[in-house]
Design a protein. Structure first.
Lengths: 353, 253
């Protein structure tokens, strides 16, 4: 390598490097658009390009309009937003907990949400209760899922705040929480009647197709706020990776940042899971994929993980709908099948965070 | 006085780790802190940059108590190179050195920040590895990068916690030359170290800590076999070479 690089040469090279990573973001964005358009035409009902044109340009209303506007588009956009949110949360959790195995799924947050939903479906009966009567059948499980996932977050945070808590402790605590909540869900299922059982199971498997526009807007709102925050604070979070002492000496308050990061990212996760259901492994695996391609700095890692997560979930949802046509699998099942081997691969390779 | 430490006590639990430390540091001094493991060297550095809050006493820098500075203001005055840096970031050298500009910038690095970074990389002779990732570097190279990061911080005081640990001879010398260079440029440096011969060769002033107290404070002539014996519990012979002392450990007392 050249040892006589001048200041200008170094700056030029640095610029070239950041451009490379910006290109990755643009490529991901382009792929998202392509995947989204492709997904519009894929599903139980066959759609032609001309159908789409008629709906968009001639204002045709009817079945095709319904399929596009009320079924496929919200599902695609929710996949995008949920995938982005889960991957962002995963990237944030991995870097703030300095743990390559951290993610909403492995920390037990997802299972807590599933238990919360099951609890609402089986135990709380809104029609008999005045307190919950304002919540219809969709929002009550979502609210309960949100509350229980926050409970899991607080537990994990409390454990990780302990002085002697090592990196493994947090993931082990997550595993313990996951089994606890899974056991709870199973117990509830045992006491549920057929209808309740069906809805608990339906709820447990994540499916972006179940959201409506209002829920989608809530997810997007929380996602954008969170994404903006982490991109704005990206440099500070990058400093955090170099250790607390160094961060402090650079004027960065790591404890405060870490608390905000865990709180914000877990709220984002809870909101997504509450509406979409449990979708595992996107949050865990995506940041690893991005780091493998081109890590860049923390800000770029956050942004590109989010974009890649969105893309992955759109593709996964697409596969789930078409792989066993006419049966439509919930995408949560598919990501679990794909994600688990990847998870084991990560453990074996012991990839640094 | 640039840095003033008065009657400093610090403890994690009940027993004080640092006991009534008094220290005055002038601008432009290169000071090494020596003493056995657990004598309080690293703790003292961490107190000076306010990472550990002292229990009693005062630390003043530029005539103002360090607790009166905001964390960011203090970061503009004091740079710190931690011991065996636990660095899990996958950043390249440029990004790592750029991090030193953090206390001077807002949410993102300016063009000026990048210029300073490139200049420091040049001055430290790191051009050829400027775009390598940290985890591809040897221990010695990495330590140089961390010192470059501290240099990019443009702080008046640099604290280095055992910067030459686990490094080969060449890198030890290179690291000390880099520190020397910074001091020549008007910086003040406080370095903790174990290699007494290297200490005697490079520092203006040597402060020996024993059980959390200042045991001796002076230039290299203040190092004596008796003092080293008392502090380290080791019998040594001192030899002179080019007016600098070489310390040869003989046996444990």
């Amino acid at each position: 390598m050249d040892n006589n690089l001048s200041v200008e040469d170094l700056l030029k090279k640095e610029k070239k490097n950041s451009k490379k990573i910006l290109m990755l973001s643009l490529v991901l964005l382009l792929l998202i658009v392509l995947a989204a358009i492709y997904s519009l035409f894929v599903g139980a009902a066959r759609l032609e390009f001309s159908d789409l044109l008629r709906v968009v340009f001639q204002g045709e209303r009817g079945m095709i309009y319904n399929i596009i506007w009320n079924i496929r588009l919200p599902a695609i956009l929710t996949s995008l937003a949920a995938g982005m949110g889960l991957a962002l949360a995963g990237a944030v959790m991995q870097s703030t907990l300095k743990n390559s195995l951290a993610s909403p799924f492995t920390l037990g947050i997802s299972h807590a949400a599933a238990f919360g939903a099951a609890f609402a479906i089986v135990v709380v009966e809104p029609e008999n209760s005045t307190i919950f009567s304002f919540l219809d059948g969709v929002y009550l499980p979502a609210l309960s899922a949100f509350l229980f996932s926050q409970l899991a977050v607080i537990t994990v945070l409390t454990i990780s705040a302990r002085q002697q808590a090592g990196r493994e402790t947090i993931v082990l605590a997550g595993i313990a929480l996951s089994s606890l909540f899974t056991a709870g869900t199973t117990a509830l299922e045992f006491f549920a009647d057929d209808l309740e059982l069906a809805s608990v199971i339906y709820w447990t498997f994540g499916d972006p197709g179940r959201t409506n526009w209002n829920q989608f807007i809530v997810i997007v709102f929380v996602l954008l706020l969170t994404l903006f925050y982490f991109i704005y604070q990206g440099w500070n979070y990058g400093v955090l990776n170099s250790g607390d002492e160094l961060a402090a000496s650079l004027g960065v308050d790591s404890n405060r940042l870490r608390l905000i990061a865990m709180t914000v990212s877990s709220i984002l996760t809870s909101v997504i899971i509450s509406f979409v259901g449990v979708i595992g492994f996107i949050g865990l695996v995506t940041p690893h994929i991005i780091r493998k391609i081109a890590a860049g700095n923390q800000r770029q890692l956050f942004l590109n993980s989010a974009l890649a997560g969105g893309l992955l979930l759109i593709i996964a949802d697409n596969l789930a709908r078409t792989l066993f046509r006419p049966i439509v699998l919930p995408v949560g099942v598919l990501t679990a099948f794909l994600g688990a081997p990847l998870f084991i691969y990560l453990i074996i390779k012991g990839r640094q965070f | 006085m640039f840095l003033e430490i008065k009657a400093l006590n610090f403890s994690y639990t009940e027993e004080n780790i640092l006991k009534r430390i008094n220290l005055n540091v002038q601008k432009g001094e290169l000071i090494t802190l020596i003493g056995p493991n657990g004598s309080g060297k690293s703790t003292l550095l961490k107190c000076i940059n306010n990472y550990l809050q002292i229990n009693q006493g005062k630390i003043k820098i530029k005539n103002k108590e360090i607790s009166e500075y905001t964390q960011r203001e203090l970061a503009q005055i004091i740079a710190y190179v931690p011991q065996a840096a636990e660095d899990i970031s996958k950043l390249n050298v440029f990004e790592t050195v750029l991090m030193g500009r953090k206390p001077h910038s807002s949410w993102k690095a300016s063009r000026e920040d990048k210029k300073i970074t490139a200049k420091v990389i040049g001055e430290m002779g790191l051009e050829s590895i400027a775009f390598k990732n940290l985890n591809e570097l040897s221990g010695g190279q990495r330590q140089k990068v961390f010192i470059a990061r501290a240099a990019a911080q443009k702080a008046e005081l640099i604290l280095l916690d055992e910067p030459t640990n686990n490094l080969d001879l060449k890198h030890q010398l290179e690291i000390f030359n880099l520190i020397r260079k910074e001091v020549k440029n008007g910086k003040t440096a406080i370095v903790t170290m174990h290699d007494l011969s290297l200490v005697s060769r490079f520092s203006d002033r040597i402060i020996m800590l024993k059980n959390g107290k200042v045991f001796s404070d002076g230039n290299q002539n203040s190092l004596s076999a008796a003092k080293i014996n008392s502090v380290y519990g080791v019998e040594v012979s001192l030899k002179e070479h080019n007016g600098k002392k070489i310390i040869i450990p003989e046996k444990v007392v």
